[in-house]
Each structure stands twice: as C-alpha cells, then as structure tokens.
Design a protein around this ligand. Structure first.
Ligand SMILES: [Cu+2]
Length: 169
C-alpha cells in the first residue's frame, strides 16, 4: 500500500526519487568494507583464522581520522571475546614480544594501520570457535565519545590483501 501510493500519486513520486537518490549516494560513498562515525572511518578490518584451540586471535584494520582534532581509541569490546587489548609487536634483534598500549592515538587527518608484525588488536579468549567465513562484531570507543560498531570477517591468513604471510601470534 505504501509502495503503490508512491507510484500512483505524482505528489509523492518526487520525494520518493529524492530518497532513492540519497540512498544511492550513501551506498556509493560507503563501500560495505568501510564503517564511519563522526570523523573516524575504519577500513580493511580482518581477523586471521587461528588454530582450533587458539586462546587469542589478532585483529587488523586501518583507522582514519578525517577530523581536525586528535582522537584516541580507548577501548574495544565484542560479545565474542572475553577481553580485547591494543598491542604493539616490538622486535629487538631476532626476539619479538608484544606490549599493551593504553590507547591508540589518531592524529588529525591521519591514519593508523594495524598490520601483522605491528600494532594489532589482541582478541583474548574467543567465546566460540571462529572459522574463516565467520564474522564478529567489534565496538570501538574513542575518547571524544564516538563509538563505532564494525563487522569483521575471519579469513585465512593467505587471504590478507596486503600479502603478509606471517605474523607473530
Ligand atoms: Cu598481541
């Protein structure tokens, strides 16, 4: 009934077309792999599949700050993990270890890439077995109050678009 009234009444046709154009514009400027809220945009988020009994998984993504102010990522949460920490892999000689970061600083008009061997999200104690093709939802909280919920796909390590074939977990 709503649909037919739109198409039978010329009075309602024009707003309908504007709505359609607006939806198309949103679809074109927001590709499905990108999530944005306020000035923060997240792209290329993925989680390499781990062994069946993995106690931790790593999460990678690019965070882009399109705003004029520095913003800090201060917390990450997901119903699929007990805890999520921000880690940085530090290599000294041929030893690599991870240290926890309290926050991730995103400077104005800058981006930070979370990549294998560098900064990553440490996804601790998965609450279910996560296989390639599965999806989890992460909620990122920033110090300006922005919260972004993003779907993140589990992928085999070889599917990494950047072509990185090894990591340190
Ligand atoms: Cu780590």
């Amino acid at each position: 009934m709503l649909v037919s009234s739109h198409w039978q009444s010329s009075r309602h046709l024009l707003p309908g077309l504007f709505l359609l154009a607006a939806l198309l514009a949103v679809a074109l400027t927001n590709p499905p792999h990108a999530r944005a809220a306020g000035n923060i945009e997240i792209t290329d988020a993925w989680i390499p599949e781990g062994p069946p009994v993995a106690a931790v998984l790593a999460g990678y993504m690019t965070l882009n700050n399109h705003g004029k102010d520095t913003v800090r990522l201060i917390a990450v949460a997901s119903p699929d993990f007990a805890t999520i920490e921000i880690h940085q892999t530090v290599t000294e000689g041929n030893m690599s270890r991870m240290r926890q970061l309290d926050e991730l600083v995103l400077y104005a008009n800058d981006d930070v890439q979370l990549l294998p061997g560098g900064i990553h999200l440490m996804l601790i104690k998965p609450r279910r077995r996560l296989r390639s093709g599965d999806e989890v939802r992460l909620t990122l909280t920033f110090d300006d109050g922005t919260q972004i919920e993003i779907p993140v796909a589990i992928k085999q390590a070889a599917e990494d678009a950047a072509g990185q074939h090894h990591h340190h977990h």
